[in-house]
Ligand binder design. Structure first.
Ligand SMILES: [Zn+2]
Length: 158
């Protein structure tokens, strides 16, 4: 196991281990959804879930993250890949303002805070929202899910 006094070499090795762990996670994530691990999917999957943390991205923010790697991809590819991840159930899509889509690696139902001042999305505590009633779904329809987006703004803005 880990020894004290690691050399620079083993620090580099650790970096390599971290990268292979990220790609292992990405491969498993894609595999669980039956998606073939193409080069672009692997890169974007690593950026999305490689560190094991949930995150919210827009196509633009993911594109920028990819541009900072040695394997940049086009914005169109990022869009298409986010769409296919979402159709495969790997991501959930949250639309704010009817124009801006956020993609969440946490696909369980949970409420969100939308920070109007800088346009980012974060999770709200999932047990913080209680519905006492919902409208009946119209004939022939059922409620698929309820999206809750709580909009926040800076109190000092007035
Ligand atoms: Zn979320």
């Amino acid at each position: 196991m880990a020894q004290k006094g690691r050399s620079a070499d083993s620090a580099a090795e650790q970096g390599a281990d971290e990268r292979s762990l990220q790609s292992l996670r990405a491969g498993r994530w894609l595999g669980a959804a039956g998606l073939r691990p193409t080069r672009q999917r692997m890169l974007l999957a690593e950026l999305l879930i490689g560190d094991g943390q949930d995150r919210h991205v827009t196509a633009e923010s993911l594109f920028e993250a990819a541009a900072g790697t040695d394997r940049p991809v086009s914005l169109a590819t990022v869009y298409n890949t986010l769409r296919s991840f979402t159709s495969a159930g790997l991501l959930s899509e949250i639309t704010v303002d009817g124009t801006r889509s956020y993609f969440d690696t946490n696909t369980h139902d949970h409420p969100h805070f939308f920070w109007e001042d800088d346009g980012h999305l974060s999770d709200a505590p999932h047990d913080s929202v209680h519905f006492s009633a919902l409208p009946d779904a119209p004939d022939g329809a059922e409620i698929a899910r309820v999206d809750v987006v709580i909009r926040l703004r800076d109190r000092r803005r007035g």
